[in-house]
Ligand binder design. Sequence first.
Ligand code: ASN
Ligand code: ZN
Length: 322
Amino acid sequence: PEQRAWAAATLSVDATVRADRAEAPTAPPHPAADLTAHRRVYDAGNTTSLPGTLVRGEGDPASADVSVNEVYDGFSTTLDLYNQVYSRNSIDDAGLDLIGTVHYSTDFNNAMWDGGQAIFGDGDGDIFNRFTIAVDVIGHELTHGVTQYTAALAYRNQSGALNESMSDVFGSLVKQYHAFPRQTAEQADWLIGAGLWAPRIRGAALRSMKAPGTAYEDPLVGKDPQPATMDGYVTTRQDNGGVHINSGIPNHAFYLAALNFGGYAWEKAGRVWYSALTDRSLSSNAGFLDFARLTVQKAEALFGSGGRQRIHDAWARVGIST
Ligand code: ASN
Ligand code: ZN
């Protein structure tokens, strides 16, 4: 792919930040491994046939369709985070091309990863806006692909909630990385899907990693059901055993871990989570405690006993004793 203007801008901004604020956390992009993935965005024309008509391939000029460009750019930021920070060559670490479809179905209130591509609905305009509006949602869907090629966490109960949480964690990191240099862990809002609710709905976002359970509350759609700690763990047969509900617990642990380190969340906490997610020893049936213990090991290896303590503390505060 072409050298992306965004990455070049990041380098020059970073030099300024370092000169001006000696105490500022430094987070220049790391030397990148090969990044060979190309992006392709398709338009389903409000049908459910996939992938639809190709409307923007790698290197093509911007479309007149805002959602096409949001996906094209969101794919870029996601590729850049994984490549520049974690030295990963696309979703499969082997340069897989990224495929996205916009205008899927009619008034479709969701976004998905189908095992081979990302899919975005327009929203019905009454409850939801278009799902391409939030770059963390784009990163969320692509991270389902990363999880599929790595730990392959089974999409039910605790392993499913971990799968969902990985998508929120790295989706949020895509958003924070995109905002560089403005979003340290303290500065980030930690919201997932801000701007998705239509104007009549009372809600800031789909989920909050900082304060799970507080993202929305509205007569039409109810209240954000996420717990922040194990005390609130929800046992249900809906939602594949509450995968989008109990993900609040590991989400909040990541938030606490990121704050414990300080600076940019992708640099320390993100590195710990990424090395755990991509470790061959993580079972597809892993539960919260399995994953938590692995992150503690990774933190020790990467950042020594101080790192281990920061991660142990984060899990302890959501009720998981490693
Ligand atoms: N937006 C949801 C997700 O990516 C869609 C789903 O649950 N299938 O988790
Ligand atoms: Zn998901």
